[in-house]
Design a binder for this molecule. Structure first.
Ligand code: NAD
Length: 491
């Protein structure tokens, strides 16, 4: 028996799992509210250990045939999957906006096109996977990238569609079968993805979806020794838990985690450009892992820079994410609002100065004003911890060395932004210890480029060949250059 479909702004969505090509209902469920106005969107299934087992069996059963296809045979099916996402673009936009509070304009112009590209691009690039050879005097090494097996994909709520497709694309293109565990605070576009996989005719069991909380469904999934890989994006505490569970079974995992990235403004920066980009850090209400949230500004220009930034922030339109003009929407969940306000209040009690914001925003219960805190020490909680809300910090520096020391002075190492004369900013950026950093820009993401963090921001890289390295078993098939005759003197 399947559950009745939910109706979210006119879009019909299954609250069930998708296992082996069929919708499967659970006995247990959880309630889902919209972050915009707290209205009940419906109840979504919570997969039990039995349903996790069924998903793993389905993915295992589908694996030999899917892995046995060539990348060229998989490509048209994956392109159809991307086409189906495109056909339902409006549904994805409306649903993720209602469910996760993501801006409708961002969904339409950024996320949905990117989700389709995530599938298409990796399907295309998988065509070259088996073409790699290393030729030496002794031998030709045919370096094969064989599919690893059943892959568990676990995504967070802040960018569910983008992050799911960014992982599903390379995992499927490489010949793995997938189990996606959707984020419980924003699970609905993952269900639409299952509809698209079904409509595209992906063989049953190639793509499976489990709904459920991290503590129950997620934990049961990542503890299973039948998995070949776990690809996780989320918070540091969850990653530690998953790494231990995966470690117990020696299942390799890729961990894309939080950030506390520096936004450096050097003395020779174009202040107006740096300020316009600075205001972007409030996008998605600051619920963006790669945002530069620690502003480090040269002391000689700090007053002028803060004035310019204040001007841009003052123009931001806070409101309903379904309104195309809105630039800052809600925070995903009441618990996250509490967490964000807790960080602000503790910082202020500890002596931080509020340059702007600091209060709940009158637009709605899950809105917080774009906030900037100054008068801080490097060891302060607000400087060291990821807030994941519309909260930025400001510190000053006297020279490049101090900027670099402050930039590197947290446990995180995801990304960064550096504004200044290009050669100067590039030099400083090179010394910031993160997985990536944007010079005089922000948010440029090419699928071929590596993405990921160092220190507590993660283990592993995604994007381009790095995704395939993770999702494949690399095997060297060695063919000798000259006839080989066994002898004890052979190396
Ligand atoms: P989270 O760690 O609470 O949850 C992420 C996912 O893990 C959810 O699907 C959740 O159900 C699941 N989960 C929770 N406990 C689990 C367990 N024991 N076993 C298996 N799965 C479990 O993170 P969140 O609050 O949803 O997301 C916000 C975090 O994600 C932030 O720290 C943010 O920086 C990070 N993030 C990182 C990137 C990146 O690419 N580096 C991108 C987006 C978000």
């Amino acid at each position: 028996m399947t559950s009745p479909l939910l109706d979210v702004a006119g879009v019909a969505i299954s609250p069930d799992h998708y296992i082996g090509g069929r919708r499967v209902a659970s006995a247990a469920s959880f309630a889902l509210q919209s972050p915009i106005d707290q209205r009940l969107l419906g109840h979504v299934g919570e997969a039990s250990a039995g349903e996790v087992d069924a998903a793993i069996r389905a993915a295992q059963a589908a694996f030999p045939a899917w892995a046995g296809l060539s990348a060229a045979e998989r490509q048209p099916m994956l392109n159809r999957f991307a086409d189906e996402i495109g056909k339902r673009a409006d549904d994805f936009c409306v649903v993720e906006s209602n469910d996760a509070g993501v801006l409708l304009s961002r969904m339409r112009h950024g996320v949905v096109p990117r989700a389709m590209l995530n599938i298409r691009w990796f399907a295309e690039h998988a065509l070259t996977l088996q073409d790699r050879t290393i030729t030496t005097e002794q031998a030709t090494h045919h370096v094969r990238h064989d599919p690893a097996g059943v892959v568990a994909i676990i995504t967070p709520w802040n960018a569910p569609l983008m992050l799911a497709t960014w992982k599903i694309g390379p995992a499927l293109a490489a010949g793995n079968t997938v189990i996606l565990k959707a984020p419980e605070w924003a699970p609905l576009t993952s269900s639409l993805l299952a509809d698209c996989a079904d409509a595209a005719g992906l063989p049953p069991g190639v793509f499976n979806l489990l709904q459920g909380t991290g503590a129950n469904t997620g934990a049961a999934l990542v503890s299973d020794p039948r998995l070949a890989r776990i690809s996780f994006t989320g918070s540091v505490p969850t990653a530690k838990w998953i790494a231990q569970a995966a470690g117990a079974n020696l299942v390799p995992c890729s961990l894309e985690l939080g950030g506390k990235s520096p936004f450096i403004v050097l003395e020779d920066a174009d202040l107006d450009n740096a300020a316009a980009t600075g205001a972007l850090m409030y996008r998605n209400a600051g619920q963006v892992c790669l945002a530069g949230t620690r502003f480090l500004v040269h002391e000689k220009i700090v007053d002028r820079y803060v004035d310019a930034l204040r001007g841009y922030v003052g123009q931001l339109k806070v409101g309903d994410p379904r309104d195309e003009a809105t630039e800052v929407g809600p925070i995903v969940h009441p618990r996250q609002v509490e967490r964000v306000m807790g960080f602000i209040n503790r910082a202020v009690v500890g002596g931080a100065q509020l340059l702007w914001g600091g209060k709940p925003h009158p637009f709605g219960a899950q809105y917080v004003e774009p906030t900037m805190l100054a008068n801080l020490n490097q060891t302060d909680e607000i400087v060291q911890n990821e807030v994941f809300g519309p909260v930025l910090t400001l510190q000053t520096f006297a020279d490049d060395d101090e900027a670099i020391t402050l930039a590197n002075g947290t446990d995180f190492g995801l990304g960064g932004v550096c504004y200044g004369e290009t050669a100067h900013a590039t030099e400083v950026a090179g010394q910031v210890r993160t997985g990536f950093i944007w010079v005089n820009s922000f948010g440029i993401r090419d699928l071929a480029a590596p993405f990921g963090g160092i220190k507590r921001s993660g283990i592993g890289r995604e994007g381009g060949d790095w995704s395939f390295e993770f999702f494949c078993d690399v095997k060297d098939v060695v063919v000798p250059a000259k006839p080989f005759r066994a002898s004890f003197s052979h190396r």
